[in-house]
Design a protein around this ligand. Structure first.
Ligand code: G6P
Length: 479
């Protein structure tokens, strides 16, 4: 299989994710170093990993790279090599041109190619073999996301002693869409190798259980699947969250507040700043949102001198065709709106195709009167939660798509159907013009929600359930 196995690393807690939780950064002297990535997942798992001497297996992001396991910030990191053709077929292909669109309501047409699936199998097996090598007897292994759905079964075959958890960060589609997938049964059986399969929402967990009943033929009752070998698998919702305390603290720093004022001043001190922050992805509903704002401006319902839109859209998966096309589409929409309704020094939309450090994001959140989050489908959407966490004065408003997992928890948001442009226009106007009392009532309730359910709670709940699934000596209980 052409992959050298990691040697020397042993761990009683192992995390597997497509990516390692570190980014490579270039130093002034020309060398490179690793920096912990800004993601919430590593923040949540860091304490557990330190306590248990945990290891994280993942890809560095560069093709054809063979790196030895190394330690970073007290974490054992185990890089897994992925060849250039596997990057095309496993990552850009099956993961991001088959599964990603299929799991997001087929907003873009998923492509089905047998060679892509073959590469997915090969890379998933490599992950399973690495984990089998590293995990101590009876260790806990937590597999993350849609890139690794075959790993639980592969790993169980290699190491039946392990407790295996799986968490899907993206949506899980309804039976009617899922069954398009030629390899549907293989994937479902792959997931059933886990003791717990976690989802962002109850609806997603129910979709999974229903599929397993209809397509694999296993007996199910509520959130439990009964396998013929006597094992059972629990499928339920564990809505992921953010490090709420960290974001609030960051927001409260005087430098953040100063930077927020500076941002508003650079925008010409408009009365209202609307903000969007999304990876440049076709699931995020960017065209719909920009069009709604553009119409409000061109119809005179919003004065461009009064209200500006800042859209931050970090590049993502740039070698995948659908993402290239989206970029062109956004360029065109932004250009047209700014050309049509802009005035000298007053473009209604400020579009930034780059990513920013967390401190800058916090300042942007603080500068925004209205946060606009309008995905056509989204597993959770942590940007919505980050915005709420930074609103420590309970000011501001969140416009949120009904089709984001976060809508199940942030019920006091200004909810919209992103396909309904008129509805979105009306709700955006309401979010701008509602009395401050109404806005702070909503924000207070949402802030309570994200404070009580942060990323630490999420990780703890999942891992506690996993610890209880099977008692030693093979006796089974349910969480
Ligand atoms: C989503 C997925 C993650 C993925 C991230 C960034 O949040 O659920 O698994 O890591 O997007 O995408 P990328 O393809 O750059 O890893």
């Amino acid at each position: 299989r052409g992959s050298s196995k990691p040697t020397g690393v042993r761990a009683s807690f192992v995390v597997l994710a497509n990516r390692l939780p570190v980014d490579r950064v270039s130093m002034p002297d020309g060398s490179t170093a690793w920096r912990t990535s800004p993601g919430g997942l590593v923040t949540a798992l860091e304490p557990v990993m330190r306590r248990q001497g945990g290891a994280w297996i993942g890809w560095s992001g560069a093709p054809d790279e063979k790196l030895d396991p190394f330690e970073h910030d007290g974490l054992q990191l185990v890089p897994i090599p992925i060849k250039a053709d596997e990057v095309e077929e496993y990552y850009e292909g099956f993961s991001n041109s088959t599964l990603w669109p299929l799991y997001h309501d087929v907003i873009a047409p998923p492509e089905f190619h047998r060679e892509w699936f073959d590469a997915y199998v090969v890379v998933n097996r490599r992950f399973a073999e690495f984990a089998a090598e590293i995990a101590e007897p009876n260790a806990v292994v937590w597999v993350q996301d849609y890139q690794l759905q075959l790993v639980p079964q592969m790993l169980r075959e290699l190491r039946p002693d392990l407790r295996i958890g799986f968490f899907l960060h993206v949506p899980f589609p309804p039976v009617e869409l899922y069954t398009q997938l030629p390899w549907r049964r293989r994937i479902l059986e792959g997931l059933l190798g886990a003791d717990i399969v976690g989802f962002q929402t109850t609806g997603a967990a129910q979709n999974f259980v229903r599929l397993v009943r209809l397509r694999v033929g296993h007996k199910t009752h509520r959130d439990t699947v009964y396998l013929p070998d006597g094992r059972s698998v629990v499928a339920k919702a564990y809505p992921i969250s953010i490090d709420t305390g960290y974001f609030e603290e960051l927001a409260r720093q005087p430098e953040t507040e100063a930077r927020a004022s500076e941002i508003r001043a650079s925008l010409g001190n408009p009365r209202f700043v609307l903000l969007g922050v999304d990876r440049l992805d076709y699931t995020k509903g960017l065209p719909q949102r920009l069009r709604a704002f553009g119409e409000l401006a061109s119809e005179g319902l919003l004065d461009p001198a009064d209200a500006v839109f800042v859209q931050v859209a970090p590049p993502s998966r740039e070698r995948v065709d659908q993402y290239r096309r989206l970029r062109d589409e956004i360029d065109r929409i932004v250009g047209r709106i700014n050309g049509d309704v802009g005035r000298i020094g007053q473009p209604p939309i400020t579009y930034l195709h780059s990513s920013y450090p967390r401190a800058e994001m916090a300042a942007l959140y603080r500068a925004a009167d209205v946060m606009v989050v309008t995905p056509l489908r989204d597993g959770m959407n942590l940007v919505a939660k980050e915005y709420v966490a930074t609103r420590y004065l309970d000011s501001g408003a969140l416009v949120l798509s009904e089709f984001a997992g976060a809508a199940a928890e942030l019920k006091q948001a200004y909810l919209v159907n992103p396909y309904d442009i008129n509805g979105m226009k009306a709700t955006m106007l309401k979010a701008i013009s509602d009395p401050p009392k109404e806005k702070s009532k909503r924000m207070r309730a949402m802030r309570r929600q994200v404070k009580e359910h942060d990323i630490e709670t999420w990780a703890r709940t999942f891992l506690e359930d996993l610890a209880q699934v099977r008692e030693p000596h093979g006796k089974r209980t349910r969480p």
